[in-house]
Design a protein. Structure first.
Lengths: 317, 346
């Protein structure tokens, strides 16, 4: 059993290396010259060459990669090409905001998804099931940037109840657990929660219905367990799969909130990426993608380990 | 809590319908089970009478779709409630099963009557340890601690002869072989000392050698603990091995019932006769097996007369018009056929 855990943790090393290689090369493969962001097009060629060597853009790519990785290990992701600030601090302050948003959205989405999914699975084929399934399909299908704009129009523009942009009052990037900040969180979190809600609902519904059809559920009833206790068995059987889906969804929320963060001007990694793309800010792009990808890797590790703890059959592999 | 039979229920239990002289534990009268499916109603069981004395082993013999497993599940009301219409009378240990509330039902299941299943591997929850699943049942019915439940589980594992019992308790279901998990299932079923054990084809999914071991184990345990057992199978050999009495079911009805000697030794119903003849045995080597022609009727629209008439070599016009009652062709023997007196002309 510990063997599996150790093996799974060691897997992270090659995965991380591969991930950072892809981050690095994808950005270099994309069209556009990173120098455009730093120097004006009519700058003399000596200036361009000087800046190029200052950023290390003149060295061969493998060398750039090695240098980048060795610095990244020490927590140094370089300087932003657009404003010269340290990428690490930029990325982490944005990441904190993205985390706040993702956690809020996943709390809403996962709670509703699990509740709806369980109800629909238990009452499969009933009107409740059809209602919930319709809701879930809607949640998965509606483009969330469109939903975001719709919510802004209703709640911010028409009703003027809650603000439509930013993470808090003024332009502060600090965040506190206070109403002044929370009210900024509501709209983006609700918007972002719709897809995970739909996905989790559908997964949990299918799993619950599947488990309930198993013979062991009849056997549990045959040995006289109360329905509450049978439900506990169902939950423990559904949990590994549900957990895996929720872990992946949380990962998507971290990386995939670009559109929602842009719609709501939420100062997270999505907005940072969006700006970096338009400014051709390579160091920021690389740094942000790397950090997000590593987060995804870590999340998957946690999910896998938790799954193995919950389902004894997994450790065999 | 043990149910105590009131004088009234005792009087009913002693009704003359009991097939043997002993006090009966199970009384089933005119049991009908119909399943509602969209657009049609399947009449799975159509008026079954059964009785079982304390310490007796009854086998319900029949092919798939004959209603034997449904009859067994009715004794625990395990059929899906929304889709099932149950009628008739089912009494176990003096209690009216069909009138029980949910709470009463869950107290009854596993303590007075318990069940073992065809696929032991599928009958355990895959993500809980076997020992915990047994302890859970003991806790449920006897209110003891988990540790005491586990101690009981260990005793039971030794009772059902599971080697290195202690280690096996902490195994998960997928870590046991088929035979081993059926032993564990038996241990689970016996955990609260039930008076009635319901066995739904418990050996069908097992290898032939393991089948015999499980059968012998069940027979030993039944004698040792004095339980009553209802055993459902399609295998005449198994029925012959384990039972005191046999009830042969066809298309939702009991067509022949009696002691093993009577039913297997002197079968009178044409269906039972057909089953006997379609059995493979050493003497038949090199000869073609005779099978019963045709197939069982669709239970959504059963024929008005004897359900076997269409496949019966002896059927006459009367057979297609009315359902024959059970009649007695000999001591401790009943068969539902109009042509019992013409048994010779086949």
């Amino acid at each position: 059993m510990n063997n599996y855990f150790l093996k799974r943790i060691l897997y992270v090393i090659p995965i991380t290396l591969a991930v950072s290689f892809f981050c690095f090369s994808l950005v270099h493969l994309s069209p556009g010259d990173p120098m455009d962001a730093v120097v004006s097009p009519d700058a003399p060629s000596e200036v361009v060459a000087m800046v190029q060597s200052a950023y290390g853009f003149d060295r061969p790519l493998p060398e750039q990669f090695a240098l980048w990785v060795s610095r990244a290990v020490q927590g140094d992701l370089g300087l932003s090409a657009a404003n010269g600030r340290a990428v690490t601090s930029e990325v982490f302050s944005a990441l904190k905001n993205t985390l706040i948003l993702a956690i809020a959205a996943s709390m809403i989405g996962f709670t509703m998804g699990c509740t709806f999914g369980t109800l629909a699975g238990y009452f499969q084929g009933s009107w409740l099931d059809r209602l919930v399934t319709g809701f879930a399909v809607g949640g998965v299908s509606i483009p969330h940037y469109w939903l975001g704009m719709l919510l802004v129009i209703i709640f911010s523009v028409e009703l003027r109840w809650i603000p439509s942009s930013g993470a808090g009052p003024g332009s502060s990037s600090d965040w506190a657990f206070e109403w002044a900040y929370l009210r900024h969180l509501i709209l983006p979190a609700v918007t972002l929660s719709v897809i995970p809600m739909g996905v989790v609902t559908r997964t949990v519904r299918a799993m619950v219905a599947d488990i309930l059809a198993h013979e062991f559920v009849e056997a549990l009833r045959a040995k006289g367990l109360a329905e509450r206790r049978v439900f506990l068995h169902v939950v423990k059987n559904v949990a590994p799969t549900a957990l895996a889906v929720m872990g992946l969804q949380l990962g998507y929320l971290l990386g995939g909130s670009i559109l929602v963060e842009t719609v709501f001007s939420w100062p997270g990694t999505g907005l940072l990426l969006n700006n970096a793309i338009f400014q051709r800010d390579l160091p920021i792009l690389q740094g942000t993608i790397l950090v997000l990808a590593l987060f995804f890797v870590a999340l998957n590790l946690i999910v896998d380990l938790a799954q193995a703890r919950l389902d004894p059959r997994i450790q065999r592999g | 809590m043990m149910p105590i039979a009131t004088p009234e229920t005792l009087a009913e239990d002693e009704a003359p319908v009991a097939a043997t002289g002993a006090e009966s534990l199970v009384e089933v009268r005119d049991l009908k089970v119909h399943f509602r499916t969209p657009g049609r109603q399947v009449q799975a069981v159509n008026g079954v009478d059964l009785s079982l004395a304390r310490g007796e082993v009854l086998t319900i013999l029949g092919e798939s779709g004959s209603g034997k497993s449904v009859t067994l599940r009715s004794l625990m009301r395990l059929l899906p409630e929304q889709r099932t219409l149950l009628s008739g009378r089912v009494r176990v240990a003096g209690e009216d099963i069909l009138a029980m509330s949910r709470g009463e039902l869950s107290r009854y299941r596993g303590s007075i009557a318990s069940m073992i299943f065809q696929e032991p591997m599928l009958a355990f929850d895959p993500v809980f340890r076997i020992g915990d699943q047994i302890a859970e049942t003991v806790r449920r019915h006897e209110g003891v601690s988990h540790a005491e439940g586990l101690a009981r589980a260990l005793e039971l594992f030794e009772l059902v002869r599971i080697p290195s019992a202690k280690r096996r308790l902490s195994n998960y279901p997928h870590e046991l072989s088929g035979g081993m998990s059926q032993r564990a299932m038996i241990a689970l079923a016996l955990s609260c000392r039930p008076r009635l054990l319901l066995a739904d084809e418990p050996t069908t999914a097992l290898d032939a050698t393991v089948q015999i071991q499980i059968l012998l184990l069940l027979r030993d345990l039944q004698r040792e603990l004095g339980m009553s057992v209802i055993f459902v199978t399609h295998d005449m050999g198994v029925a012959n091995e384990i039972s005191d009495r046999i009830a042969v079911m066809y298309a939702g009805r009991v067509v022949e019932t009696g002691t093993v000697d009577a039913v297997i030794g002197r079968p009178r119903h044409p269906y039972t006769l057909g089953l006997m003849q379609s059995r493979a045995s050493g003497e038949l080597r090199g000869r073609r097996l005779s099978a019963i022609p045709g197939s069982p009727p669709d239970m959504a629209s059963p024929p008005p007369g004897c359900a076997f008439a269409a496949r019966c070599p002896r059927a006459v016009e009367a057979c297609r018009e009315a359902v024959p009652e059970l009649r007695s062709p000999g001591e401790q023997h009943l068969a539902a056929c109009f042509r019992l007196d013409n048994a010779e002309d086949r």
